[in-house]
Design a binder for this molecule. Structure first.
Ligand SMILES: Cc1cc2nc3c(=O)[nH]c(=O)nc-3n(C[C@H](O)[C@H](O)[C@H](O)COP(=O)(O)O)c2cc1C
Length: 193
């Protein structure tokens, strides 16, 4: 087992080169996404794998301004679900959580295959539904931008985006995100690598 390498190497790169999107690749990514766990095995996730150049160009309209870089995508994967298709336990609606897990599996598998798979929230769900023919009662949870990482930094990136291209954006310290045994109890000292 070697999950560690994929987790460490995965990055939300924004400088992309084209990559050939075969049916085998789509099947491979879908196969690994669907092995993800879900509440009651409800499998609420739905995907549209967009690879046709004309459809990709239409999808450019759905991207937010800060995501112009994503126009270089060789594939855009729309991930969507309905809350009624998964567990609802009082205020806990699990469809988004389960789609996040499946998207995570897909992203790691894409990383293992040498690809960039970059989830984004900066898009119009309404335009995405219109362009892709997704019925209105589905929530479009993310678009995953797929390409190959280019060493040449894209000219459309902002300064912050260029910095993120060069080194991974910082993570919060363990002391802020991890408690042991009780909320707020910190018995881990120093960095854990
Ligand atoms: C739900 C979600 C939404 C995101 N939305 C965007 C986005 O709209 N545009 C963008 O450039 N990056 C987006 N990102 C990427 C994050 O900015 C990136 O993962 C974070 O800065 C950490 O960098 P790293 O993934 O390279 O470690 C998003 C990531 C997630 C998980």
């Amino acid at each position: 087992m070697d999950v560690i390498q994929a987790i460490n190497e995965r990055r939300a790169y924004r400088s992309l080169e084209p990559v050939d999107i075969t049916e085998d690749l789509i099947k491979d990514l879908a196969r690994h996404a669907r092995l993800s766990p879900s509440c009651f095995n409800n499998q609420p996730w739905r995907f549209v794998f967009v690879r046709d150049p004309e459809m990709l160009e239409k999808m450019h309209e759905a991207l937010s301004q800060g995501n112009v870089w994503a126009r270089a995508a060789s594939m855009i994967i729309a991930v969507f679900s309905k809350k009624e298709d998964d567990c609802i336990i009082r205020d806990r609606e699990y469809h988004q959580f389960d789609c996040g897990l499946a998207a995570g599996f897909l992203v790691l598998r894409a990383t293992e295959l040498g690809l960039v798979a970059h989830p984004i929230a900066g898009y119009s769900p309404k335009k995405t539904r219109e362009i892709l023919g997704i019925p209105e009662d589905y929530h479009v949870i993310t678009l995953i931008i797929v390409g190959k990482h280019s060493e040449k930094i894209s000219s459309v990136l902002s300064d912050d985006q260029v910095a993120a291209e060069r080194s991974r954006p910082e993570r919060k310290p363990f002391s802020e995100i991890v408690s042991i045994d009780r909320f707020g109890q910190k018995s881990i000292r120093g960095p854990i690598e």
